[in-house]
Design a protein around this ligand. Structure first.
Ligand SMILES: Cc1cc2nc3c(=O)[nH]c(=O)nc-3n(C[C@H](O)[C@H](O)[C@H](O)COP(=O)(O)O)c2cc1C
Length: 224
């Protein structure tokens, strides 16, 4: 078989293994993926969102159920309803802390809702028939977990294209579902801000802000 010069379509090599250069770049991608809250306002190129959603749609899902439902939010009134929900939820979150922790929390930048050119809500369709229930009988939450897989795939695909993504969970999920007028069986999984980052960092914003640093793998790995 002749070699294709287009590495993007070449796929893995012998034994289904990607080459060392790709693996090194893949590690870079994982290391550089950040939760982005500071966006430039310029729009993404026309086909970018389509391309990124196609990547997200390649995520694994329980029973191949593909339960994710993507809702792009462009209308000003709907965006404002989401921002208002964030303001309420964030006020309540702030009130749950006290002392120095509250003072620090108040300084954190926790969303990019006013600048991100793209806003995308990801819902899980709890009533999808796709997959015929495979893998969900004893663990029904697998449907939602599948949607999270799609979000993470989107996150990495976006970063690979230089697009930042920020996950906003300081929201009232039912208010957001109402504001977006989605079917009752859809549950909010993620509200995502997307666009080009205004700054690039190798360390998480919450670490830089002194809120929470990451901790090592050893403390997370139990051997039995
Ligand atoms: C499920 C989920 C929900 C999150 N919700 C928020 C949020 O509401 N606001 C925020 O600033 N960051 C949010 N984040 C981002 C995390 O704070 C961030 O991933 C973490 O601090 C590590 O930073 P990094 O993603 O840059 O590595 C969320 C992340 C996840 C996975």
């Amino acid at each position: 078989m002749t070699e294709t010069p287009d590495s993007a379509s070449a796929g893995p090599g012998a034994g289904g293994v990607f080459d060392a250069a790709f693996l090194a770049r893949f590690e870079d991608l994982l290391a550089w993926r950040r939760d982005v809250r500071r966006f430039r306002t310029d729009p993404l190129p026309d086909d970018m969102l389509q391309r990124l959603l196609k990547a997200a749609h390649m995520a694994p899902s329980v029973g191949n159920s593909q339960p994710w439902r993507f809702v792009t939010v462009d209308e000003a009134a709907r965006r404002e309803a989401v921002r208002a929900s964030f303001r309420r939820a964030n006020r309540e979150a702030l009130a749950s802390y006290s002392g120095e922790t509250a003072s620090l929390y108040a300084t954190l930048k926790l969303e990019g809702l006013s600048r991100a050119p793209v806003q995308l809500a990801v819902f899980c369709d709890g009533e999808t028939g796709q997959g015929a229930g495979l893998g969900r009988r004893t663990m029904p939450e697998m449907l939602a977990y599948s949607c999270v897989c799609a979000v993470n795939t989107l996150w990495l695909a976006a970063r690979a294209q230089g697009v930042g993504l920020g996950w906003v969970s300081i929201l009232e999920p039912e208010t957001v579902a109402d504001a977006l007028d989605v079917p009752a069986s859809w549950r909010l999984i993620a509200y995502l801000c997307m666009g080009y980052p205004a700054e690039e960092h190798l360390d998480p914003e919450l670490e830089r802000a002194g809120w929470q640093a990451g901790t090592g793998l050893d403390a997370r790995w139990v051997r039995r």
